[in-house]
Design a protein around this ligand. Sequence first.
Ligand code: CP
Length: 311
Amino acid sequence: MSLHGRDLISIRDLSREEIEDVLAAAKRMVPYAGGAKVSHSLDHKIVAMAFFEPSTRTRLSFEAAVQRLGGSCITIADASVTSMRKGESLHDTIRMLGSYADAIVIRHPNEGSARLAARASDRPVLNAGDGSGQHPTQTLLDLATMQEAFGTLSGLRVVLLGDLKFGRTVHSLAHAIALFGSDIVLTSPPALGLPAQARRQLEHMGAKVREQADLHEAIRDADVLYVTRIQKERFGDESEYRRVAGSYRVDASVLADAKPRLAVMHPLPRAGEIAPEVDSTPHAVYFRQAALAVPVRMALLDMILGGRKGD
Ligand code: CP
């Protein structure tokens, strides 16, 4: 089914075939993302960036993607300078943005906010992270990174390390890993495990899911180590955060027993959970992962909103 005019709120909104189409299109976008070729796909189109939470990669790569496709952006980067400070609702803000722009990219601290935004506007809405819910466009670039590293998304063993309770990137990614038939190993502090319902959904899809508390054991036969930051901003109580802060760290000693081709991934930002010494090892793909954000988001925007093709 065509993605034209559709919302992307959850990775579940895309079939396996649609994900494969986006990844194939992202490969074709690489020369456009680097400026070697010029696209007019979004000529005269405006995309609204509605970011009510901090972001570096997601907002700026979306803005770069729009501009590389010939479009332009209007941006809320700080909710405190909008009329929401005067009490305007998210519903009204989004409904109004839909009359200024052709599509809306939203990040918001509340789970379900992107779904609410999609109901408020008849423009396509793309979820750029809703609280602890979903981050589907991150998953697409995560998959592009794995595909580039291994040539396949099937038959891999993927360790999800860190905050699996609040981390929206792993909530989206775990579904996609299951969809493509790779195995999932869950490694987290006990208080930050994957919610039971999310695990049941993966098992219902036929995924092999197991827990392995010991990081050294977990990565021994892993192909991918997907590291996440503890989501400090989601804790209601600072003392609870302090109890788990710093409880895992990937460094050279952790990687000593890893397969030579282990890919260490991270959606970034990192906050101490990957030592800088890992950056210079062949395992580190997290900056490549961040770079792929532009061609992947270009491909998605082109499929949802695009018109005239490149010269
Ligand atoms: N990966 C990611 O969502 O990064 P930002 O929070 O910087 O957008």
